[in-house]
Design a protein around this ligand. Structure first.
Ligand code: NAP
Ligand code: ZN
Ligand code: ZN
Length: 347
């Protein structure tokens, strides 16, 4: 066992605190990663605050992880000591259900093993990336292309893949009109990726306060959802809407913005339901869908796509003792556009 420094939640309401946790001894197919940077996803906040259900404390979260391989198990073939690697939202899956066999481990029928709060094979609860080291089985470890700045790479492991996957699945590209609801961590990546795929991109944000940024990051249009005329002006406009909002919104108002055969896919994960009126779906033969991160193969594709197109998130680097403050800023929609923890400050 390796004892490592970490930042953990001790209850749903107390601030996160510095602590130590144990990492398992390296198995034959495991790699040990010295973590360099860890992104802060809104899912970390939903999780530690118990918004998605009760969890066991202390809990270390963080599933946007990049670091360097410092040791490999005897049978490891995919990674070498010194490699720049990443770990996202899952660290294992059953490997034998039809979804795993199709390379969609994120949809493992037995439930993938989450990077945190999941029961690992040895019965322990997985602990995430707000820590100095992590041990992960080699085939759930991604290669981080050299051309992506290391401190920018971490958010791709969740915010990047979670937006890339639905954009690719629903065919964002030249000739399609894509709207992105919410310009936070996921939303700003959706703007960059949809733009790189060739789609015409519209941001739907609560206000126009981030309009200049949105246009700079690749949006063609930018509207405030606080202005009711947005919902009349944009009716029947979009082929695809990606909802990244972390809170409950009136989803029917957004569904009406879809044109014939359009799809609204929600990746935002508020604890509350998003009730849909069937008559809203009847009009324009609309679809309401969800999407959860992406498989390992697709995550590697996304990293390579970002390297090829020079895409990286807008980040604000913080030290570990600023995590609690960063949480408050995320909750206040005051994130520009992803907080990344410099894990060297935890050493
Ligand atoms: P974030 O950085 O906080 O961004 C969310 C954005 O939603 C905010 O920046 C804000 O954008 C908008 N927003 C917040 N509260 C709102 C409200 N009450 N009404 C309308 N808009 C509001 O969060 P994130 O890290 O991008 O995560 C977004 C959501 O996706 C979270 O629920 C997270 O758990 C979920 N998620 C899901 C997956 C998946 O696999 N499906 C993966 C990762 C994250 P504006 O200021 O532009 O309005
Ligand atoms: Zn996430
Ligand atoms: Zn499976």
């Amino acid at each position: 066992m390796l004892t490592v420094n970490a930042y953990a939640a001790t209850s749903a309401t107390d601030p996160l605190v510095k602590t130590t946790i144990e990492r398992r001894d390296l198995g034959p197919t495991d790699v040990l990663i010295e973590i360099a940077y860890s992104g802060i996803c809104h899912s970390d906040i939903h999780t530690v605050r118990g918004e998605w259900g009760d969890i066991a404390y202390p809990q270390v979260v963080g599933h946007e992880i990049v670091g360097v391989v410092t040791e490999v198990g005897s049978d490891v073939t995919l990674h070498q000591v010194g490699d720049r690697v990443g770990v996202g939202c899952m660290v294992n899956s059953c490997r034998e259900c039809e979804n795993c066999l199709a390379g969609e481990e994120n949809y493992c029928l037995k439930g993938n093993t989450g990077t945190y709060t999941a029961v690992d094979r040895d019965g322990t609860i997985t602990q995430g990336g707000y820590s100095t080291h992590i041990v992960v089985v080699e085939d759930f470890v991604l290669r981080v292309p050299e051309s992506i700045a290391f401190e920018k790479a971490a958010p791709l492991l969740c915010a990047g893949i979670t937006t890339y996957s639905p954009l690719a699945h629903w065919g964002a590209g030249p000739g399609t009109k894509v709207a992105v609801v919410g310009m936070g961590g996921l939303g700003h990546m959706a703007v960059k990726i949809a733009h790189a795929m060739g789609a015409e991109v519209t941001v739907l944000s609560q206000t126009l306060s981030k309009k200049d940024d949105g246009l700079r990051l690749g949006a063609d249009h930018y509207y405030a959802t606080g202005d009711t005329s947005t919902f009349t002006d944009l009716q029947n406009s979009f082929d695809l809407i990606v909802n990244t909002v972390s809170a409950q919104i009136d989803i029917n108002a957004y569904l009406k913005l879809l044109r014939l055969d359009g799809t609204l896919v929600s990746v935002g994960a508020p604890p509350e339901a998003l009730p849909v009126g069937v008559f809203t779906l009847f009009g324009n033969r609309r679809s309401f869908a969800g999407s959860s991160i992406g498989g390992i193969r697709e995550t590697q594709q996304m990293l390579d796509f970002c390297a090829e197109h020079g895409i990286a998130p807008e980040t604000e680097l913080i030290s570990a003792d600023q995590i609690n403050e960063a949480y408050e800023r995320v909750l206040a929609s005051d994130v520009r556009y992803r907080f990344v923890i410099d894990i060297a400050t935890l050493a």
